[in-house]
Unconditional design. Sequence first.
Length: 95
Amino acid sequence: MSKRLLILGGSSWKSAIKKYAEEHDIVLIGAGYDANAPYYDICQKKYLIDSTDAEAVRKVVSDERIDGIYPGGSEPVIAAAIDLLHRQTVGKLTE
């Protein structure tokens, strides 16, 4: 079964991301607020959400059974991804 990677940015790296995904059978899911973001070109599925909203990102992660997140280079998006991952990890550690 293919791994699923959520892309939250990184338009300048889209060709490298696409190449890596193709070499490793990774499905790319894009999310963000800009419907014309260049990284959407390489994604098999797209979500128009605020990628700085950890809860909105969490819903996509859950709905799409995401295996990993690539937050791109935006500090607010990176902070939201860290917040989401921290909450999910802490929850799993206390279960």
